[in-house]
Design a protein around this ligand. Structure first.
Ligand code: FES
Length: 88
């Protein structure tokens, strides 16, 4: 039995990257060195993963055109597009 994770390809804004199947969208972003992918409306403060369990809503991101998805809860899938305020 192989323990090597299956690889998937996702698009981060305009950049195609590979990730392990089963990773959350937040894990894929963090794995690319992206720690923040949106800013707060009033003060423009950077936001990314905070609680990591779906409670704080700091990690909101657009996934396959659907805005306000919690990156810590959504599993990354092959050919997924993830858009946010970051440079990949
Ligand atoms: S990090 Fe808190 S909801 Fe995703």
């Amino acid at each position: 039995m192989s323990t090597t994770p299956r690889r998937i390809t996702v698009t981060l804004n305009d950049a195609r990257v590979t990730a392990n199947a089963g990773q959350s969208v937040g894990a894929v972003l963090m794995g690319q060195g992206i720690k923040a992918w949106r800013t707060t409306r009033i003060e423009g403060k950077p936001r990314g993963l905070f609680c990591g369990i779906g409670a704080c809503y700091d990690c909101l991101v657009t996934v396959d055109g659907q805005p306000n998805q919690r990156a810590c809860l959504v599993e990354a899938t092959d050919s997924m597009t993830i858009e946010g305020d970051f440079d990949a």
